[in-house]
Write a protein that binds this ligand. Structure first.
Ligand code: ZN
Length: 508
C-alpha cells in the first residue's frame, strides 16, 4: 500500500469514529432540548443522570487513545498538504479537541455535566422566586469546577483564557479586552449623545394586544421568508431561547412569548432563525466532522445578529413586512405608521435585561458579564459578592438599578449551566455581523432595495458561499479577514450604529 492509500484508510477510520460520536452528541442535544422545552419538572434529577451517562461515554470516545494514534499518523501525510482542505481541517480541529479533552479528568467531566444540569434546574426556580441565596451554593460549585477545568486544560495568559477557548477557539482575554475597549470608547459617547438628545422615539406601539398564536404564525412566516427551512427544523417555546441541532436535517429554534409586547418573540425568532439558517447551510455530507460544523460561537452569533439587527431592524425590512404585521396585529398596529414603528424597534434605552437590550447598549451588557466572569474565575470575586458587583456595574455602565435578582444577576442561564467564557462570543457576534454585512454590500451592491422587496435570497446565498460552506476550514479570525478583506474591528459596527442612530436622534 502506498502512503496515500494507508493515510486514506486511517482517515476513514478516524471519520467513522468521530461521526458516531456526533450521533451520541446529538442524542444528548435532544435530551437537553426536551429538558428545556417540554420535560415535566419532576423528571429533572433523572434527566441529569441520563445526560451525565452520555457525557461520560462521549468524553471516553473523544479521548480514545486510537484518535491520538490516527492523528499522529495523518499529521505527516499528503492529506495535510492543503491547509484549508476538509482532511487538513479535520485533523487540525480534532487534534485540538483531543488535546483539550484528554487533559480534563473523566471525573471532572462528569461532575461538570451533572452540576450544569442541576444548576440549570435550580436557576429556573431561583429566577422564578427571585432567590439568589438558595442558588448561591450551586453556583459556587460550578465556578469551582470551571476553575478546576481551566487548571486542567492549561493556559499561557490567564485561567479565563482556557474557558473562552472552548467557545471561541484561539481568542484570548487580552485580545477581547482590546477590541471591547475600542468599542466601548466610541460607544459610550454615542450613548451619552443619545441620552441628552431631546428627540425620544416612543416605543408605545410595541406594547399592546399581540395574541400569542398570531405572534407565532407571523414569526414563523418571517423566519421562512428569510430562509429558515421548517421541513428541517421546528420552533418551540422555552424559558431562555436557544437554537440547537439534532442532526443534519433537524435544527430546533425556540422563543418565549409576551402577549403584551411585540419585540420579545419576534426579534427572538429572527435571531434564532439566523442561527438555524447557518446550521442548515453547513455542508450536510460532512455532518459531525469539523468541515461540516460551525466555525466558532462568535461566527454563529454573527449570523443570528445579522438577521435580527442588520436586516430585521432596518427600514427596508419593514417596508416589506410592516403591511403584513399591520394586517396580523390590527388592534395594536392599525393606527401606527411605518416610520413610527421602525423608530420604535430601534430605540436605544439603557435597560436591565440583556436579551431585550437594543443593539447599542447590548454590548455593554456583555462587557459587564465578561468582566465579572473573569473576576470569578481569576478569584478576585466570590460568588457571595456577585449580586452586589453586578448591581454596581449596571449602575456604572448603564445607569440602571435592578429592583430584584431575577432581572439582575439571575437573568441569564449561562453561569447556571457552567457556560462560563461564553458571553464574549455575543459581542464578537455583533462585531462580525456588521463586518460581514458591510462586505456583503460591497459585493452585492446596496442591499436595502432587495430587503424592501423581500428578496433575502442573494444575501443568504452570499453568506452561504462565504461562510456556511466552509464549516471550520478557516479559524474564526482568519475567516473574518478572508470574507471582509480586513481583520476584526469595532469600526463597521460603530459605522452601522452611527448611520442608524444619529439621524433617529437628530445627532447627524
Ligand atoms: Zn444567539
Amino acid at each position: 500500500m502506498s502512503q496515500t492509500s494507508e493515510a486514506i484508510t486511517t482517515y476513514t477510520q478516524l471519520c467513522e469514529h468521530v461521526v458516531e460520536t456526533a450521533r451520541l452528541v446529538t442524542i444528548r442535544a435532544l435530551l437537553e432540548w426536551d429538558e428545556r422545552t417540554i420535560m415535566p419538572t419532576a423528571a429533572g434529577p433523572y434527566r441529569a443522570e441520563q445526560i451525565t451517562v452520555l457525557s461520560r461515554i462521549i468524553h471516553g470516545r473523544r479521548t480514545d487513545p486510537r484518535i491520538g494514534d490516527w492523528l499522529q499518523e495523518l499529521s505527516a501525510t499528503d492529506l495535510m498538504a492543503s491547509s484549508h482542505s476538509a482532511e487538513a481541517t479535520t485533523v487540525r480541529c480534532l487534534q485540538r479537541d483531543f488535546d483539550r479533552q484528554t487533559r480534563i479528568p473523566p471525573a471532572l467531566v462528569e461532575a461538570i455535566s451533572r452540576q450544569s444540569i442541576l444548576g440549570q434546574q435550580a436557576w429556573v426556580a431561583a429566577r422564578k422566586n427571585d432567590d439568589f441565596q438558595t442558588f448561591q451554593p450551586l453556583l459556587e460549585q460550578i465556578v469551582d469546577l470551571k476553575r478546576q477545568e481551566a487548571a486542567a486544560v492549561g493556559y499561557t495568559g490567564c485561567a479565563y483564557d482556557a474557558l473562552v477557548d472552548e467557545y471561541e477557539p484561539d481568542a484570548t482575554t487580552t485580545q477581547l479586552t482590546a477590541v471591547f475597549a475600542a468599542l466601548r470608547e466610541e460607544l459610550v459617547p454615542l450613548l451619552m449623545a443619545i441620552r441628552s438628545s431631546d428627540r425620544v422615539p416612543t416605543t408605545d406601539c410595541l406594547h399592546g394586544e399581540f395574541p400569542i398564536d398570531v405572534q407565532e404564525k407571523f414569526g414563523k412566516h418571517a423566519a421562512t421568508e428569510i430562509g429558515f427551512d421548517f421541513s428541517r427544523g421546528r420552533l418551540d417555546v422555552t424559558h431562555h431561547p436557544f437554537c440547537t441541532t439534532l442532526g443534519p436535517c433537524d435544527s430546533r429554534i425556540t422563543t418565549r412569548y409576551d402577549s403584551q409586547f411585540f419585540s420579545t418573540a419576534f426579534f427572538g425568532i429572527l435571531h434564532e432563525a439566523g442561527h438555524g439558517i447557518y446550521e442548515q447551510g453547513l455542508p450536510s455530507e460532512q455532518f459531525g466532522l469539523p468541515p461540516g460544523m460551525y466555525c466558532s460561537l462568535g461566527i454563529h452569533e454573527s449570523q443570528s445578529r445579522l438577521w435580527e439587527n442588520l436586516v430585521g431592524r432596518s427600514h427596508a425590512f419593514w417596508q416589506h413586512f410592516y403591511p403584513q404585521a399591520r394586517e396580523a396585529f390590527g388592534a395594536a398596529l392599525g393606527a401606527v405608521e411605518l416610520d413610527e414603528f421602525v423608530s420604535a424597534v430601534n430605540t436605544v434605552r439603557p435597560s436591565l435585561i440583556r436579551v431585550e437590550a437594543d443593539e447599542a447598549t447590548y454590548n455593554l451588557h456583555i462587557i459587564i458579564r465578561f468582566e465579572l466572569e473573569q473576576a470569578l474565575i481569576n478569584g478576585t470575586l466570590v460568588v457571595e459578592d456577585l449580586p452586589a458587583a453586578w448591581n454596581e456595574k449596571y449602575r456604572e455602565y448603564l445607569g440602571v438599578e435592578s429592583p430584584n435578582h431575577a432581572d439582575g444577576v439571575l437573568q441569564d442561564i449561562h453561569w447556571s449551566s457552567a457556560a462560563i467564557g461564553y458571553f464574549p462570543t455575543y459581542a464578537l457576534g455583533n462585531l462580525y455581523a456588521a463586518q460581514f454585512f458591510q462586505a456583503a454590500e460591497a459585493a452585492l451592491g446596496d442591499l436595502q432595495p432587495m430587503l424592501a422587496a423581500g428578496e433575502f435570497g442573494p444575501l443568504r446565498a452570499w453568506l452561504g458561499e462565504k461562510i456556511y460552506q466552509h464549516g471550520q476550514c478557516y479559524p474564526a479570525m482568519e475567516l473574518a479577514t478572508e470574507v471582509s478583506g480586513k481583520p476584526l474591528s469595532h469600526e463597521p459596527l460603530m459605522a452601522h450604529l452611527r448611520g442608524k442612530l444619529e439621524p433617529l436622534y437628530g445627532l447627524a
